[in-house]
Design a protein around this ligand. Structure first.
Ligand SMILES: Cc1cc2nc3c(=O)[nH]c(=O)nc-3n(C[C@H](O)[C@H](O)[C@H](O)COP(=O)(O)OP(=O)(O)OC[C@H]3O[C@@H](n4cnc5c(N)ncnc54)[C@H](O)[C@@H]3O)c2cc1C
Length: 343
């Protein structure tokens, strides 16, 4: 292959695009990322390094992937950790404790019992466990990953929002007219564009079975919990320590989030119940978007679609892979699958 042709050009420089670049370079492939410089989900999420503990009884495959991949983040996350090195899982019912303990034991997740402490007007939890989850400073982690990519020999990210086009005769996909002038030619394109993926595919006329979903969450300035804390059998409130505040998350109701006003009120009620909300502190509501496979059977920890052998519902393409980690904590897992497809 001529020297100026890359093995892969990766569209997106969030945690997934960068993890793919590092994993590919370590396997001897020549790769480069092109990114639009926007903060995708990797820079605006709850910042939770999941051990898998919270998903163990409900999404076991996601939990297993988080547990397996967790050690691969150690070196990068240790200096950028926020708050305590272990999280807290709180329970109100003995049944739930039993269900979680069984699932943790089955996967091998280590959890140790802690003293339950009452908070706000809620009765004290029946049980509390220290779990190996913690919060991280996402921009600092992103910077570490950029440095790691540089060290692995990946050239700097090319800054440009790109669009794709697919040639119907050859089924080859290329960057459309707004490609960076310096964009190198590549044998394969890898789409690691997060929530931007469906739009890029649609503009190139590539059918797919992805969907996007908006998630409401909150950030409270001024108050900071010590540990990443989950109420696992109540309203499922999650509190993540953040620089100068706390990130606050609640799951959707019947699969959907309501209006900004309603979601703000729901978060505020959950905080008030626990005495976390103080009248003089601001709770701001934010929205994030996840892109995921529409099928409930798909692996929630990572989706890698090789369009050279398209699954049902996808258009074929001679040189395109699509990569979506279910969580940032499973980005290395996703990267391995991409690199296996590239070599
Ligand atoms: C609210 C919320 C909370 C979450 N909390 C957690 C959590 O606590 N722990 C966890 O593990 N996971 C969490 N996740 C999931 C996690 O954030 C994502 O799975 C992960 O960050 C996705 O990484 P990515 O690199 O695929 O996408 P992104 O980080 O979104 O990166 C994609 C990049 O591609 C760029 N891009 C898009 N289109 C183009 C284009 N046309 N040209 C060039 N560049 C383009 C985007 O701007 C972006 O920079 C959360 C997600 C959300 C939405």
């Amino acid at each position: 292959m001529p020297d100026d042709i890359l093995d892969a050009l990766i569209v997106g420089s969030g945690f997934c695009g960068l993890a793919i670049a590092v994993a590919a370079a370590r396997r001897g492939l020549r790769v480069r990322c092109v990114g639009d410089g926007q903060a995708g989900a990797s820079l605006a999420n709850f910042g939770q390094l999941h051990s898998g503990a919270v998903y163990a009884p409900v999404l076991p495959s996601l939990s297993e992937a988080c547990w397996r991949e967790r050690s691969r983040w150690y070196d990068l996350t240790r200096p950028v950790r926020i708050g305590a090195a272990t999280g807290l899982a709180l329970f109100h019912s003995a049944d739930a404790v039993d269900r979680y303990l069984k699932a943790w034991n089955r996967i091998g997740i280590t959890a140790s019992e802690a003293a339950p402490v009452a908070s706000g007007s809620l009765p004290p939890p029946a049980a509390a466990f220290r779990i190996p989850d913690y919060s991280v400073n996402l921009p600092a982690l992103h910077t570490s990953l950029v440095t790691l990519a540089h060290t692995a020999g990946v050239p700097p990210v090319l800054r440009r929002e790109v669009t794709l086009r697919r040639d119907p005769a050859s089924s080859l996909v290329s960057l459309a007219q707004n490609a960076p002038r310096a964009a190198p030619r590549a044998r394969m394109l890898v789409l690691a564009a997060g929530a931007g993926t469906p739009r890029l595919l649609a503009r190139a006329g590539i059918r797919n079975t992805l969907r996007t979903r908006r998630i409401a969450w909150g950030r409270q300035a001024g108050t900071r919990v010590r540990s990443l804390t989950y109420w696992l059998d109540g309203d499922l409130l999650a509190l993540s320590p953040d620089l100068g505040g706390t990130r606050v998350g609640l799951p959707a109701v019947n699969g959907r989030y309501a209006t900004a006003e309603e979601e703000h009120a729901r978060l505020q009620t959950a905080l008030d119940l626990r005495g976390v909300q103080r009248p003089d502190r601001d709770l701001s509501l934010l929205w994030g978007t996840v892109c995921e496979p529409a099928s409930p059977e798909a692996d929630p920890s990572s989706l890698v679609v090789d369009l050279r052998k398209p699954p049902i519902g996808w258009t074929s393409a001679a040189n395109l892979l699509v990569a979506l980690p279910g969580k940032w904590t499973t980005a290395w897992h996703c990267a391995d699958q991409v690199v296996d497809a590239l070599v």
